[in-house]
Design a protein around this ligand. Structure first.
Ligand SMILES: O=C(O)CCC(=O)C(=O)O
Length: 228
């Protein structure tokens, strides 16, 4: 889905942000041990802004959520080579967010995903089952029917908000960079303050897509920080 030049630009933007943010990287949202993390990416560069409004992603997200939907989060996730801690239990994103009735996640592969570097694990059809913490004895273990989303760089993986999935550790010597783009129904709070992060100049470029900007956090009941 993403051309080599777009991928180059995205990689450059992400690496610049990571360097610039230093020990604050990921601090707006979830700081995950053993993972290079950045959060609230929509306003952090035009390449990222464009990705947040990629037409096919909006179209599929609207099929899952309905026409009236919002951005909920845009995060960068890169498990550090050799660190076992990034292996996650199987989970389904919608369950993290109070009052959320519809969620859709796009995993944009910025690097190739391989078995060795930690391709995301997914369980096809599991969006119709109860949450894995209620359905599985050990959500960290491989589940029946689990597949690994190995794919070339530039691929988009579209995940229904109830689909069981989980990040894996990176056993390769190189990066495994992805962007998680979350869309939700309007009554779901964003993971952090998205509205405030978008300048008038960005809003002008976004045009009609400003309809995707969630309400300010203060308009939602207070909740604990999301730990993906
Ligand atoms: O990056 C991945 O492989 C999936 C990550 C994920 O599911 C999460 O952070 O909640």
């Amino acid at each position: 889905m993403l051309s080599p030049s777009r991928l180059r630009e995205l990689r450059q933007t992400l690496e610049q942000c990571y360097e610039l943010e230093g020990d604050q990287a990921g601090s707006e949202g979830s700081d995950i041990p053993g993972v290079r993390r950045l959060c609230n990416l929509i306003g952090k560069g035009q390449a990222l802004e464009q990705l947040a409004i990629e037409p096919i992603a909006l179209d599929l997200a609207r099929r899952a959520i309905g026409d009236d939907m919002r951005w909920q989060a845009m995060n960068f996730h890169d498990p550090i080579p050799g660190d076992p801690r990034p292996h996650q239990p199987l989970h389904a994103d919608r369950a993290f967010f109070p009052h959320c009735t519809a969620y859709f996640n796009v995993v944009w592969a910025i690097d190739e995903m391989t078995v060795e570097n930690g391709a995301t694990r997914l369980v096809p059809g599991s969006h119709k089952k109860p949450h894995p913490r209620d359905a599985l004895e050990d959500p960290r273990a491989p589940a029946d029917g689990e597949i690994l989303a190995t794919c070339p760089a530039g691929t988009a993986i579209f995940l229904h908000g109830d689909l069981w999935h989980g990040a894996r550790a990176n056993r390769s010597p190189s990066t495994r960079r992805v962007i998680h783009m979350g869309y939700c129904c309007p009554n779901t709070a964003p993971q952090y303050e998205i509205a405030d992060s978008l300048t008038p100049e960005i809003r002008q470029r976004l045009g009609v897509h400003c309809a995707l900007i969630p309400a300010p956090l203060t308009s939602f009941p207070p909740r604990k920080k999301h730990d993906e």
